[in-house]
Design a protein. Structure first.
Length: 265
């Protein structure tokens, strides 16, 4: 039995090759977005200056400004994320940032009325991410590694039994790596669905062997895993990012540094 477990550990470690870091591009004039395109805007909140906060105050709605004042922690991240959301979507909508309107589905997922542009926002630690696409079901998640989290306890409660069993065989860093890869993939999927993780993280399980991301989705969700595409990256050693999108087209993902893009309106 000991030899079997050792073989399983070696298999998992060899299978989980390092994730790539994003390769950033410079946005072209017009911000064209084809059917196969997904644009991801990355914001390092540590580089958000006093001028950016002033600009955010200018473009945020009164409701957003009121909400910002209620934050005890995370106020800076919230303001920077709203700035990112309004500035980027204004470009694609050809509207002033302050005029960008958000509505929510019956499940609470935000969307742009009268627009074919869809988006997903995530922030964790000092990073904020915004994914923009024509595909309606799109979700992005970024997670900063938390050193005090009980990874095994969380996985036992929320992951699929097969995922939990694999996680238990892994040591130290490999276990943390596997946990966060699974967590961000699940978060991204349920954000795309618009339900949030309350729908049940165990209802989708992932096989990450051989550099591929294969999903098995519970029948109750009425989704075909073959119709979904998943991608993952790391930002340094302490931040994991995942993208989930339902699309029949092979996706072309392009990354942009939001603070290096041409001046937003």
């Amino acid at each position: 039995m000991g030899a079997f477990i050792a073989d399983q550990i070696a298999f998992m470690i060899l299978s989980l090759t390092p994730l790539p870091a994003p390769a950033f591009s410079q946005p072209e004039q017009g911000y064209g977005l084809g059917a196969q395109d997904i644009h991801i805007y990355c914001l390092d909140i540590r580089r958000f200056t006093a001028d950016h906060y002033t600009d955010a105050e200018r473009v945020m709605s009164s409701a957003e400004r009121e909400r910002a004042q209620k934050f005890v922690r995370g106020k800076e991240s919230y303001i920077a994320s709203r700035w990112l959301l309004r500035k980027v979507l204004a470009r694609y909508s050809n509207l002033p940032p302050k005029m960008v309107e958000f509505l929510r589905t019956d499940k609470g997922k935000p969307y742009l009325p009268r627009s074919n542009i869809h988006f997903s926002l995530s922030h964790s630690g000092h990073w904020a991410m915004l994914a923009v696409a024509n595909a309606e079901l799109i979700g992005i998640d970024i997670e900063a590694v938390g050193t005090t989290r009980d990874l095994i306890g969380i996985a036992e409660s929320y992951y699929h039994p097969h995922e939990f069993a694999r996680l238990q065989t892994l040591p130290g860093v490999a276990q943390s790596d596997y946990f966060y890869r699974l967590w961000t993939l699940k978060e991204a999927f349920f954000k795309a669905m618009g339900t949030g993780i309350s729908a049940g993280l165990e209802k989708i399980s992932f096989d990450l062997a051989d550099d591929n991301i294969n999903a098995q989705i519970a029948a109750v969700l009425n989704e075909d895993g073959d119709e979904w595409q998943f991608h993952q990256w790391t930002l340094g050693s302490q931040n994991y990012c995942a993208l989930a999108c339902k699309s029949r087209y092979p996706l072309q993902v392009t990354w942009f540094d939001a603070l290096c893009a041409p001046a937003f309106p």
